[in-house]
Design a protein around this ligand. Structure first.
Ligand code: HEC
Length: 201
């Protein structure tokens, strides 16, 4: 009986000690590693050096001539905005409110710092620096094909940097749909369907 209660007290004390180790308090003692193989795994972290590979990098390049699943970008028109040697005329994605909402969040994140939320080019960057982003409501931009704007986002143009790596292809088309919607916010009464004109002030 006595032995059993001593054992029980011991087990309780051990459990308390383990729990205390998880309490998140700071200590100068070396932590107890109950499962050292979980704390110290033989693995590489991204962008770290490696002595194993000849080029000294842990991150490996894709094997030449292969493409990762879901990364095959055969559709040139969709991923470059250019078909043959001409800009794609129209957005290849179906224009609906879901696409416009996506375009709105992406535009507000990536374009508005320079072009501002209405697209008129009065974003915070231009206010602080001697740098003039284009007014996207301008006639010249209205006349551009959708594929040309896609190319501008992808490659950059003159002083505008490229957003190829920040914005995925589908999101670029969504942004273009939203830019087209912004361009209509300064339209005329002719843009409003006839039956709704009475309500416009
Ligand atoms: C870092 C600031 C900056 C950001 C962010 C930016 N732009 Fe620009 N953009 C510019 C500047 C500056 C110009 C004017 C380039 C010039 O004429 O030198 C410009 C020009 C343009 C033009 C007109 C190009 C022409 O031929 O005149 C379009 C269209 C455009 N931007 C679209 C976008 C879209 C869409 C985004 C978001 C994906 C975006 N920009 C993000 C700075 C920016």
């Amino acid at each position: 009986m006595r032995i059993r209660s001593i054992l029980r007290a011991g087990a309780l004390a051990a459990a308390a000690a383990i729990l205390a180790g998880c309490a998140g308090q700071t200590t100068r003692n070396t932590p107890i590693e109950v499962f050292p193989d979980m704390d110290r795994q033989p693995k590489y972290r991204p962008q770290r050096p490696s002595e194993f590979f000849a080029d000294g990098r842990a991150s490996r390049a894709p094997v030449a001539g292969t493409v990762a699943r879901g990364q095959l970008k055969l559709d040139d028109a969709f991923y470059t905005g250019v078909a043959g040697n001409q800009y794609v005329g129209r957005n290849p994605l179906p224009i609906n409110s879901e696409l416009l909402k996506l375009g709105q969040t992406r535009f507000n994140t990536f374009c508005s710092p320079c072009h501002d939320r209405t697209g008129q080019g009065k974003g915070i960057v231009g206010q602080r620096a001697m740098w003039l982003p284009t007014n996207l409501q301008e006639d010249r931009v209205r006349q551009m094909n959708d594929g040309e704007i896609f190319t501008i986002i992808t490659e950059g143009r003159r002083s505008m940097p490229s957003y190829r790596f920040q914005i995925a292809g589908r999101d670029r088309w969504a942004i273009i749909a939203y830019v087209r919607a912004l361009q209509r916010t300064t339209g005329s009464l002719d843009d409003v369907p006839r039956e709704l004109r009475a309500g416009v002030r």
